[in-house]
Design a binder for this molecule. Structure first.
Ligand SMILES: [Ca+2]
Ligand SMILES: [Ca+2]
Ligand SMILES: [Ca+2]
Length: 137
């Protein structure tokens, strides 16, 4: 009997390789339009040098009620930030670096605390939609 050494591992690797495109297809089919969101733990941006330029109320869940206080900030370079707060809970924090095409996710993003535990667990590109978390409905 000639069992190829490592054959099992290679087969497993092939199977893993095959499952990735399938996963992508499943993800594409399951969400239309798909929302590109990274999950993890993200720290709030450094606010040094930013000053508040505007406060307004916004509708974070499209129900016609402006439950969210939006605070906009800017620094001398023109970089922008905003925070979103509802029921005294800061649930979104965004940074938008000036003079770029927003493709650099580390400089242009929205962080969201999806479960109201005080830690940002999602990061969106600036052109992605995001909503008031269910825990603040
Ligand atoms: Ca609302
Ligand atoms: Ca930008
Ligand atoms: Ca969280």
């Amino acid at each position: 009997m000639t069992t190829e050494p490592g054959g099992e591992a290679r087969r497993a690797a092939v199977l893993r390789g095959a499952s990735l495109p399938l996963l992508i297809v499943v993800l594409l089919l399951s969400a239309a339009p798909s929302i590109a969101v990274e999950t993890g733990l993200f720290t709030a941006p450094e606010m040094e040098g930013f000053v508040k330029i505007q406060e307004l109320d916004g509708d974070g869940n499209d129900d016609g009620v402006k439950e969210t206080r939006i605070r906009r900030f800017r620094n001398v370079n023109g970089d922008r930030m905003f925070t979103m707060t509802a029921k005294d809970q800061l649930w979104a924090w965004s940074v938008d670096a000036v003079d770029d095409d927003d493709s650099q996710i580390n400089r242009n993003y929205v962080l969201r605390d999806s479960d109201c535990d005080g830690r940002f667990d999602e990061r969106y590109r600036l052109d992605e939609g995001f909503n008031l978390p269910a825990c603040l409905e």
